[in-house]
Write a protein that binds this ligand. Structure first.
Ligand code: PLP
Length: 444
């Protein structure tokens, strides 16, 4: 192996990224000593920033007692305590936590639980799942089949299950028609979802799956008021389950523990991950309602699924401490306050920018969308890879931000996503917007 050549199969096969050698709160430290302000928390996961002493101590304490015990033989103290913390008070009726190693696993577990539930209650014909076009639910084959990101799906299309179909996303900036009110838009989307149930046969649909605030593929897109209530009604009317994927937008990122709390509904099944463990360990969870789990317990008695690393004791200990810190330091209030500041600053900096078409998001989960023309909302030519250029320039200027290429049927273009740690200061927020502004101006 030649000097400098990496044997790691990196995301890019042409470039090896710089080495990260340290972390310090909102800062990441590269090998050459550069300090990068982690304005997107990686991909919206480092909610407590880096090297939080309480989380490091909890991991070390657990590692010194027990690093691993297989879940077919044992449960563990941190797994039990984490599940209790997550669903002990049954938020929205969610009563059980299935602890896995990340977001895709959590989504796949949710899809499989829904399928098994209907078999167990004597409705095996419910084999269809409805999702939305701009969504991202993970990269494993089941989760990828649920997702609606054309670019990620394309090479693997022959391997993706036809059990999933996709409807129009609740993406007002691109999908709302001229002259249409928000209420009309919601009514149109609801009618389309209803029509999809009818096309498939309402008794054949197991579940509808959606991200309450769409993350990676569309850039922090919340649904218009009333959309999720309409979706919940349709699912209930047809006896289908509602699966919400809060892998990116959940665990406090939008200012409430769960983003669905702001929609006046609750899911039957939920996927969480990133902010659950804050990046300290690979962990995700599928949360399920009591009636689903009870039906399976009264039926076959076992969820036909499992992974070697599920409920890993050190991962559970890390996530438990992350969630305790969020509570003890009242960080959800901080997310709300800093989120308002971030939105205000982005609006001041980019509100009149001729290439920023939209500024959107909730809490500390905000994005700007770049367009070639504000009037027509036409995106930049994707071959320019504008968001990658902004990411690279921002990085040189000491800012880590998350670029994302839109893939809403070719209509949505480049956006830049910000998801700073909840422990950020007001000065950090100002610095993020200042550095992003310079990067956008330099890139255009
Ligand atoms: N679901 C959503 C909404 C996501 O944003 C992601 C990752 O970005 C996933 C699922 C997949 O999670 P993971 O990358 O941990 O497998």
């Amino acid at each position: 192996m030649g000097a400098g050549k990496s044997r790691v199969l990196h995301r890019s096969l042409r470039e090896t990224p710089p080495r990260a050698v340290g972390g310090d709160g909102v800062w990441l430290i590269a090998e050459d000593g550069r300090r990068i302000l982690d304005a997107s928390g990686g991909a919206a996961l480092s909610c407590l920033g880096h090297q939080h002493p309480r989380v490091l101590e909890a991991m070390s304490r657990q590692a010194s007692k027990l690093a691993y015990a297989h879940t077919s033989f044992f449960t563990s103290e941190p797994a039990e305590a984490l599940a209790e913390k997550l669903v002990g008070h049954e938020p929205g009726g969610l009563a059980y936590a299935y602890l896995v190693s990340g977001g895709s696993e959590a989504v796949e577990a949710g899809i499989k639980l829904a399928r098994q539930y209907f078999i167990e209650i004597g409705q095996p014909q419910r084999q269809r799942f409805i999702a939305r076009r701009q969504s991202y639910h993970g990269n494993t084959l089941g989760a990828l089949a649920a997702g609606g990101n054309a670019w990620r799906r394309e090479p693997y299309a022959p391997l993706l299950s036809a059990a999933f179909s996709h409807v129009t996303p609740a993406f007002a900036y691109h999908e709302m028609r001229a002259g249409e009110s928000e209420a009309d838009f919601v009514a149109r989307l609801a009618a389309q979802l209803e029509a999809e149930f009818q096309r498939l046969g309402p008794d054949n649909v197991a579940a509808f799956i959606a991200e309450p605030v769409v993350g990676a593929t569309a850039g922090c897109v919340p649904a218009p008021e009333g959309y999720f209530r309409a979706v919940r009604d349709i699912c209930d009317r047809h006896g289908a389950l509602l699966i919400l994927d809060e892998v990116m937008c959940g665990m406090g990122r939008t200012g409430t523990r769960h983003a669905w709390e702001q929609e006046g509904i609750a899911p039957d099944i939920q996927a969480i991950a990133k902010g659950l463990g804050g990046g300290y360990q690979p962990i995700g969870a599928m949360l399920a309602g009591a009636s689903i789990v009870d039906s399976i317990r009264d039926g076959s008695g076992a969820f036909q699924h499992g992974h070697t690393y599920m409920a890993h004791p050190i991962a559970c200990a890390a996530a438990l401490e992350v969630q305790r810190v969020i509570d003890d330091e009242q960080l959800l209030d901080r997310v709300k306050d800093l989120g308002r500041q971030l939105e205000r600053r982005l609006t001041e900096r980019f509100g009149n920018h001729r290439h920023v078409g939209d500024i959107r998001g909730r809490g500390l989960f905000q994005a700007i969308e770049l367009v070639a023309d504000r009037a027509t909302r036409v995106p930049f030519d994707p071959s320019l890879k504008l968001n990658q250029r902004i990411k690279a320039i921002a990085f040189e200027g000491g800012l880590g931000c998350y670029p994302a290429g839109g893939c809403v049927d070719g209509r949505s273009g480049d956006h830049v996503l910000l998801a700073p740690p909840y422990i950020a200061t007001s000065d950090d927020i100002d610095m993020i917007v200042d550095r992003l502004g310079r990067a956008v101006d330099a890139a255009l």
